[in-house]
Design a protein. Structure first.
Length: 188
């Protein structure tokens, strides 16, 4: 059986963040035949600077990011909403992954996006911006695999709640939809 590989980018650098919790949930609940790997080095990727992206030695962290995205069959990008937008660290990673223009790591890469917030709108503003940015970067947002998670402040706490189970079920469904739409030749 072929494995469908998904690279997950969690838009918060805090190890105990909700974004990280959702990425870890994706690893746990991935349906059979789907493997999710979390890219843990977003905080080490330097700010995008075209001078660093010129012929010659590109920073090692950028090569690692681009290689991880290219090696995956699809991407899962999880964004919290910071001041009505997505976090700078996530935008920076997408900027690096979009280069070189038309041939970047995200070019043609099917992508599921998850927006989240502690409020009821589920990161709607950040999610909409992320849709636009991923598209401009060359990625293909798979709408049937996208998810908005509102009132996420208490997810994955102790004790677990029915909301935790509901969100995990939706993440598993999103991953399955991503694999179904992005990799129809993958047998499960």
């Amino acid at each position: 059986m072929a494995v469908f590989r998904v690279i997950a980018l969690a838009g918060s650098l805090r190890k105990a963040s909700i974004s990280r919790g959702l990425a870890e949930a994706a690893v746990r609940v991935a349906p059979p035949g789907i493997e999710v790997d979390i890219f843990d080095l977003l905080g080490e990727v330097p700010y995008y600077n075209e001078d660093l992206d010129a012929p010659g030695p590109v920073p090692a962290e950028v090569i690692t990011l681009r290689s991880a995205i290219i090696a995956a069959d699809a991407a899962l990008i999880i964004t919290p909403e910071y001041n009505g937008s997505l976090p700078g660290v996530l935008k920076n990673a997408i900027d690096w992954a979009s280069r070189p223009h038309g041939r970047g790591a995200l070019s043609g890469k099917e992508t599921a996006i998850i927006g989240l917030s502690t409020g009821g709108r589920g990161g709607a503003r950040a999610l909409e911006e992320l849709r636009i940015i991923v598209g401009i970067a060359g990625g293909v947002v798979v709408e049937g695999a996208c998810l908005s998670v509102g009132r996420a402040g208490h997810l994955f706490g102790t004790p677990r709640t029915a909301t935790d189970d509901e969100v995990e079920t939706k993440i598993a469904q999103s991953l399955q939809a991503l694999a179904d739409l992005a990799g129809p030749d993958i047998s499960r």
